[in-house]
Design a protein around this ligand. Structure first.
Ligand code: SF4
Length: 369
């Protein structure tokens, strides 16, 4: 999570989530968790990193036990994700448990199973945010999900959830074919009152491994960020929606350098990035799989730290892999010698996927060619 408006424009849209993450970090060392509760899905998105993989799932009793362990570990910001989490029959039971424990919950759903009953239940449970993917207008979105009518269902879900007072995030992947439609995504966010647009860098794994031509160039990313700077960080286009970047920490460094060139003071953003490194792997973030296995990241399943049912979550943070990933002084290559390594740290996910070295340089860095 790199919140560009929060960092550089003093936008507070996601501060409650950030506060929950920081409080949990101080209590137990874990700030945020992506919990993949199922890999089953009713869509077949062309870029899906899970690539149709379906592993066994834990029972209701077991997921409730893990929820308790998250409560004991400091109540980290918890993204309940999938697959499609609404396919679990017991999903509302799990969400209720998490909320009863005082955990801040973001439900990540593809939106196609949201109807009036589901929207009301989520609102009654007090789910803090619902994140729904959108890849562009109808033809683009439906081609991405390979499900005709999925765009219409997403729009319906946004309306239903918004009508029930739920906070919304629109999420997307920055693939080449999505780039021309980013403005559309912010327009939809504004229309339905979404608090944020989450833009995750395209990662060529799972089904995405067959779509390497969809990886945006560095200049395409820079142009996108220049547009954000001019219209949404310095300007006030598209209301208050946060620009939340995933798996691309050097985007914030790029924005910082451009703002400095334009004469703006970026010292408070620098201070925040120094306090909390943008690259979250090994820095308070963990991922839990449908079987309870704990990983450095849901993209880094070669790096298993332990199991949430069998191990104390806080003790897993002492795993040498976790400690190494979070230690900027151990980084290698250009990230290792970079003056921004303590603020940015480079994406450990992309370092591993592109170079095979978890501690190597992030080859997608936007301040280096
Ligand atoms: S070299 Fe690495 S640490 Fe430095 S800005 Fe680029 S990605 Fe970040």
């Amino acid at each position: 999570m790199t919140h560009l408006k929060s960092l550089f424009a003093g936008n507070d849209a996601l501060s409650a989530a950030e506060r929950a993450a920081m409080a949990s970090l101080r209590m137990g060392g874990i700030s945020s968790v992506i919990w993949v509760v199922t890999e089953r899905c009713n869509l077949r998105c062309i870029h899906c990193y899970e690539g149709g993989r379906v592993t066994p799932e834990l029972s209701t009793e077991e997921v409730l036990k893990i929820a308790e362990r998250l409560g004991e570990a400091g109540r980290p910001l918890t993204f309940v994700s999938g697959g499609e989490p609404l396919l679990r029959d017991d999903i509302m039971i799990l969400l209720r448990k998490l909320k009863d424990l005082g955990i801040r919950v973001i439900l990540s759903t593809n939106g196609t199973l949201v109807d009036e009953k589901v929207a009301r239940e989520l609102a009654d449970l007090g789910v803090d945010n619902v994140a729904i993917p959108l890849y562009g207008p109808e033809d683009v979105h439906d081609a991405f999900t390979r499900m005709p009518g999925s765009h219409e269902r997403v729009i319906k879900a946004l309306k239903l959830l918004g009508d029930h007072g739920l906070n919304l995030t629109i999420k997307t992947v920055v693939a080449r074919r999505v780039l021309p439609h980013i403005r559309y995504l912010f327009d939809v966010a504004e229309r339905y009152g979404a608090k944020a647009v989450y833009l995750c860098d395209f990662i060529p794994v799972g089904r995405g491994a067959l779509l390497r031509e969809e990886i945006p160039s560095k200049d395409e990313w820079r142009s996108l960020l220049d547009w954000f700077i001019d219209e949404m960080i310095l300007g006030d286009a598209h209301g208050g929606a946060e620009i939340d970047i995933g798996l691309h920490p050097s985007t914030a460094i790029y924005v910082m350098e451009r703002l400095r060139e334009k004469g703006y003071d970026t010292s408070s953003a620098e201070e925040r990035m120094r306090t909390r490194r943008l690259s979250v792997e090994g820095r308070g973030f963990i991922s839990i799989s449908p079987t309870g296995d704990v990983y450095l990241s849901n993209y880094l399943t070669d790096f298993r730290l332990g199991n949430a049912l069998q191990d104390d979550l806080r003790e897993l943070l002492n795993h040498p892999l976790y400690r190494a990933a979070g230690d900027s002084s151990q980084l290698r290559g250009r990230c290792g010698s970079c003056p921004y390594r303590d603020m940015c740290g480079g994406s450990r996910v992309k370092a591993y996927i592109y170079t095979g070295d978890l501690l190597g340089e992030d080859p997608t860095c936007l301040i280096q060619d």
